[in-house]
Design a protein around this ligand. Structure first.
Ligand SMILES: [Zn+2]
Length: 164
């Protein structure tokens, strides 16, 4: 019987904590549903789930998912779960683009993901130039689009009922 979790925490690999796939994961697989304590303020490990709402957990594995500008996970905003954006091979580091949920990072940093379309400074969606925001159009959280001046792209997520 396979009772082990999909992933295992291997801290301090490549300079920081991270999660690696414990087995091959097919595109679209739901890995984690976000849960934890809600707060009005972000922390280093929280995830922004509303205009002024953040969630964090002292025990959840998802808090160890690292940032990448070309990640292998994305957030499904219908039920707030991390899903595989493509097929992921065993041993791969699980990554997520923090800019798709965070308006302003509690702990901004310079990205070193090495991807050709790296966003560079990861300080939050609100800090991005418009063209960079557009690049995230299909992956960004509803609460971040809703904060855009004029609401010109608000319609992009009106067809997604059930979001927070
Ligand atoms: Zn990057």
């Amino acid at each position: 019987m396979h009772s082990q979790s999909l992933h295992t925490i291997k801290p301090w690999i490549e300079g920081g904590p991270g999660l690696r796939a414990r087995r091959d994961i097919a595109e679209g697989t739901k890995l984690y549903r976000v849960s934890g304590m809600l707060s009005a303020l972000p922390t280093r490990t929280s995830l922004q789930v509303g205009a002024a709402l953040h969630i964090d957990s002292a025990t959840a594995e998802w808090r160890f998912i690292e940032h990448s500008c070309a990640p292998n996970l994305h957030m499904d905003f219908v039920d707030w779960s991390f899903r595989a954006d493509r097929d992921i091979a065993v041993g791969e580091l699980l990554t997520f683009n923090y800019l798709t949920t965070e308006a302003r990072m509690a702990a901004p940093f310079t990205c070193s993901c090495g991807e050709s379309e790296c966003f560079g400074e990861i300080s939050g969606f609100a800090k991005l130039a418009h063209d960079l925001k557009e690049r995230l159009r299909n992956r960004v959280a509803p609460h971040l689009w809703a904060g855009e001046a004029g609401g010109c792209i608000f319609g992009a997520f009106q067809a997604m009922p059930g979001t927070l």
